[in-house]
Design a protein around this ligand. Structure first.
Ligand SMILES: Nc1ncnc2c1ncn2[C@@H]1O[C@H](COP(=O)(O)OP(=O)(O)OP(=O)(O)O)[C@@H](O)[C@H]1O
Ligand SMILES: [Mg+2]
Length: 255
């Protein structure tokens, strides 16, 4: 039977940097086995939210429940286990420039698992094939295009077969054809891993195309959520405008 409980539930998440209150009580349920897209103006706190979900940042207040267990208050050992259920593609791909593609993708495996080098080599090969970049093991990040770097970042994010994959702006800076290819790859990866996907996106058209659920972050809180169709018809004009225009910045007048 399909498990209808949200895999992830964020409750009243608050985070301040100095004087700046970035997250002002975020509440969000992430449905299991679906693609959830978080949208919002530049600088509104989307990346900060994602970094809280994977535990890179700690909130001042609030909880992040993974299958009902709070990651914020979890002991280090279970937290380490829980974190292995997540894979993340960072906004800038965040590859290690001093390592070649092979070592970049092998890195999380070396950190978390014991594996023979031959098996590891096969795994890296398989993941590179999955993201459409076969035989690039010995290249260095500086020798790759932006789209290729995102793909290597994706291969690294999925190398431990995570159940939940987070993508921070996976298509920003890519041409429309490459963007489309990356979106297809996200959907294919979602299916292959039978997982849950969370995407932060500025690309409204893609959002509508691949999302099961869309949530809008605005003024430090989720102000609207629903299916793409529901969001297009949302009562809040800020939401409709954001979706209709595909703009990347919410005008200051709307803040
Ligand atoms: N580690 C940090 N220390 C202090 N301030 C931070 C930190 N990380 C983020 N901020 C601030 O929090 C705010 C939200 O940043 P964030 O990166 O989450 O925005 P974003 O919604 O992802 O924007 P974009 O769409 O441009 O990527 C910004 O004003 C940023 O300067
Ligand atoms: Mg960001």
């Amino acid at each position: 039977m399909k498990d209808e409980r949200p895999i992830l539930e964020i409750r009243n998440l608050r985070r301040t940097f100095g004087e700046q209150q970035v997250l002002k009580g975020v509440n969000l349920k992430v449905p299991r086995g679906q693609i959830t897209v978080i949208i919002g103006g530049s600088g509104c706190g989307k990346s900060v939210l994602l970094k809280h979900i994977i535990g890179l940042l700690k909130p001042d207040e609030g909880s992040i429940l993974l299958d009902g267990k709070d990651l914020v208050t979890m002991e280090p050992e279970p937290l380490k286990e829980a974190r292995m259920r997540f894979g993340m593609l960072f906004q800038d791909a965040a590859l290690f420039d001093s390592m070649n593609v092979y070592e970049n993708i092998a890195f999380p495996v070396r950190e978390h698992r014991k594996m023979k080098e031959g098996d590891l080599a096969n795994l890296v090969k398989e993941k590179l094939l999955q993201v459409g970049l076969p035989n690039t093991e010995i290249k260095y990040p500086s020798e790759l295009s932006g789209g290729m770097r995102k793909r290597v970042g994706l291969a690294r994010a999925i190398v431990l077969n995570p159940e939940i994959i987070l993508y921070d702006e996976p298509t920003t800076g890519l041409d429309p054809i490459m963007s489309h290819a990356i979106d297809d790859l996200i959907v294919a990866t979602q299916k292959a891993l039978n997982g849950t996907t969370i995407i932060i996106s500025h690309d409204i058209r893609a959002t509508v195309r691949i999302a099961n659920k869309v949530a809008m972050l605005h003024h430090g809180a989720i102000v609207a959520e629903g299916t793409p169709e529901e969001m297009m018809r949302h009562a809040n004009p800020v939401v409709r405008e954001f979706l209709e225009s595909g703009i990347t910045k919410v005008p200051t007048s709307a803040r």
